[in-house]
Design a protein around this ligand. Structure first.
Ligand SMILES: NCc1[nH]cc(CCC(=O)O)c1CC(=O)O
Length: 336
């Protein structure tokens, strides 16, 4: 931090440094690169299948074969990681959520397919019971209560199945207490000590997840809200404690979610812990930018790039964004 007050006008004319593209580039503090992008994708059953997600224009669900192709294209465009989310039909949802750790479930088949065809792209997963749960919650529900310890046991099984399938990054998004430590211990014991965990550590109870729940088929199922496990949007200290705890339990990377309304949390996490820090620009954020652009109210490309650059400025090492392919193409074309 500088303690020097800039000299008074006209010794200081800050506009001098903004006069030309060259001067602005020299003074630029941050960069957005394709290395910073993690692309979340939605999986569906079948072969050669694509389905539009109504509330996320431009986003599609893909069957595993087409997801493997999309991963290859993403890799060629410079994207480093892809994150898998399964759309699950009501028919595979059971009270014990057993499909979550089925080695042949959509996610695990996609992990194996991508690692076989595109070994260099990192494959990230989601760990939570909501796509498999008739209640739509991230953990088991009994008498209206979201159970913690029983849910963690199930989540550990899910993590092990994904590690077994070859996942590079496990992404527990469930917000149960103690799950990172339990997963880390189970991974070590099973010989998967090299698998990384990106904890959804500062995950808020947010209205911005609405379109995602449509995309994975969980919105009809969800009873009530997730406020007994996700964070209160008015709390920041609590988020820092959650991050500290997950790092101590063995998380390699931590995430703040949603992104744009929580940039202050990104900055505080990075400053406090100096660990690899990511933001999730969630479905509702994507939908807002798309909808406004679709109506001609904002320039979609510019708003998208500005939103992604803001994560870098806020201290994030990367961002999960549905815009990843588009942003990568613009970055490679020399976007400033
Ligand atoms: N545990 C499920 C999960 N994993 C990622 C998201 C949201 C992602 C997005 O909105 O883009 C959610 C939704 C939720 O917690 O209800």
């Amino acid at each position: 931090m500088t303690n020097q007050t800039p000299p008074a006008f006209p010794l200081s004319r800050p506009r001098r440094m903004r006069r030309t593209p060259a001067l602005r580039a020299l003074a630029r503090e941050e960069r957005l690169s394709t290395d910073d992008l993690i692309w979340p994708v939605f999986l569906c059953d079948g072969e050669g299948v694509t389905q539009e997600v109504a509330s996320m224009p431009g986003v599609i669900r893909r069957s595993v074969d087409l997801t493997v192709e999309a991963a290859a294209e993403a890799h060629a465009a410079g994207i480093r990681a892809i994150c898998l989310f399964p759309y699950t039909d009501d028919s595979v949802k059971t009270p014990d959520c057993a499909e979550a750790w089925n080695p042949e479930n959509l996610t695990n088949r996609a992990i194996r397919g991508i690692k076989r065809a595109v070994p260099d792209i990192a494959v990230m997963t989601d760990i939570a019971l909501d796509p498999y749960n008739p209640d739509g919650h991230d953990g088991y529900v009994r008498d209206g209560i979201i159970l913690n310890d029983e849910s963690v046991e199930a989540l550990v099984k899910m993590a092990l199945a994904q590690a077994e399938a070859g996942a590079d990054i496990l992404g527990p998004s469930d917000m149960m207490d103690g799950r990172i430590g339990a997963m880390r211990a189970a991974l070590e014991e099973a010989g998967h000590g090299q698998v990384t965990i990106m904890s959804y550590a500062a995950k808020y109870a947010s209205a911005f997840y609405g379109p995602f729940r449509d995309a994975v088929g969980a919105s009809g199922a969800l009873k009530g809200d997730k406020k007994t496990y996700q964070l209160d949007p008015l709390n920041a200290d609590e988020a820092l404690r959650a991050v500290a705890r997950d790092i101590r339990e063995g998380a390699d990377m931590v995430m703040v979610k949603p992104g744009m309304p929580y940039l202050d949390i990104c900055r505080r996490v990075k400053d406090a812990y100096a660990v690899p820090t990511y933001a999730y620009q969630v479905s509702g954020e994507y939908a807002m930018i798309r909808a406004a652009a679709g109506n001609g109210w904002i320039d979609g490309e510019k708003a998208m790039m500005e939103s992604l650059m803001a994560f870098r400025r806020a201290g994030c090492d990367g961002v999960l964004t549905y815009f990843a392919p588009e942003a990568a193409a613009l970055i490679r074309a020399g976007w400033e």
